[in-house]
Unconditional design. Structure first.
Length: 328
């Protein structure tokens, strides 16, 4: 096999880069109520350092990059980073995961810089609930507008990610699904993962299977191909619908067997698995002048240590760093 592959013969071609640990929302399922201690600016990789890691990864076979956070759009100059990454010839797909609050103001510039597509986290269509889930957001209107602006700017497709929580937003499952029939909405319903460090999300968990059964009140679902980006979601469509629904089941189904990802945290740790604490520091070597060849060796070492699967279904919860800090 050419390119990068781990010890279980999974091809690794996708790097998720967290560009900041800062976020302008504080979603209950993602961040502890007391917030998190933020990294000093000097601890965060510069855009040049991120570029160097991406370049080394690309030389090893990575061709897809996704920018995430924290909230990536709160970091100044994100379009410049995208422009830099777009110059790496082997990288043919640059995407972004965002909460959408700042997307409207940036979409055109991001597209111009080389961004191809965007995923927006959207857990509710109701302003009062948006405020409750995000702990401080009055800006649902801005998110919805950002989605439209992104579409008009040609960021295609815009996928919407909804983390489904019993008693919080599961009453909106059908509202989201209905949107996929009349409009070109691509909604992915995500199983709630345990809260890092506390593991207290369990009472709110709903399996992808149950979500699907509830959606079928609206009609039968036909399986369809993922289109662009073959991540962990399984996609379906209602008959004659303009959009699609997808399910991401990190808990009830093991999506690990097809995992093709590496993650770079904002402070320069390379993690081969979101849900395990194993990581390799790249920041210190970068700041000590490591060669590209040396960097590639470190990336290969991380890949060689990629675990076969996470153990959350057995009750294991990673102890350190909430998703806001790893780049969920
Ligand atoms: N700020 C950006 C956003 O809101 O999309 C990017 C970072 S956010 C940590 C990335 C993704 O992680 C979001 O789609 C969010 O829904 C997901 N996420 C965070 N905590 C989660 C949890 N406990 N269970 C499932 N998904 C989670």
């Amino acid at each position: 096999m050419t390119g990068l592959s781990d010890s279980f013969q999974r091809p690794i071609n996708y790097l998720r880069i967290s560009v900041t640990d800062r976020c302008n929302l504080r979603c209950t399922y993602c961040m502890p109520s007391g917030g998190v201690s933020l990294l000093p600016h000097g601890e965060i990789l510069s855009y040049e350092e991120i570029y160097t890691v991406a370049q080394a990864a690309a030389e090893l076979g990575v061709n897809k990059v996704r920018l995430t956070g924290g909230e990536p759009l709160v970091r100044a100059g994100l379009p410049q980073l995208i422009e830099m990454l777009a110059q790496i010839e082997a990288i043919d797909d640059i995407s972004l995961t965002t909460n959408g609050t700042l997307l409207g103001g940036y979409a055109a510039e991001l597209k111009q810089a080389g961004l191809r597509r965007v995923n927006v986290s959207l857990d509710t269509l109701k302003q009062d609930k948006f405020k409750l889930i995000t702990r401080n957001g009055d800006n649902l209107g801005e998110v919805l507008e950002g989605i439209e602006v992104a579409r008009s700017a040609g960021l295609n497709p815009v996928k919407l990610n909804m983390v489904v929580m019993a008693g919080v937003n599961d009453d909106e499952l059908l509202d989201f699904a209905t949107k996929t029939i009349a409009e070109e909405w691509h909604v992915r319903f995500i199983e709630l993962m345990p809260f890092v460090g506390k593991g207290t999300n369990a009472p709110r968990f709903i399996s992808a299977n149950e979500m699907r059964q509830r959606l079928e009140q609206l009609g039968g679902l036909e399986s369809c191909l993922p289109g662009i980006g073959n991540g962990p979601a399984k996609y379906f469509r209602f008959a004659h619908a303009r959009g699609t629904v997808g399910f991401i089941a990190p808990i009830s189904e093991h999506f690990c067997f097809h995992c093709n990802r590496l993650r770079l945290t904002a402070d320069g740790k390379l993690r081969p698995c979101l849900l395990s604490e194993y990581e390799i520091d790249l920041k210190q070597p970068l700041r000590s002048g490591i060669s590209l060849a040396g960097l590639k060796q470190l990336i290969e070492e991380a890949v060689a240590n990629k675990p076969l699967r996470h153990r959350m279904a057995e009750g294991y919860v990673p102890k350190e760093r909430p998703f806001s800090q790893v780049g969920g």
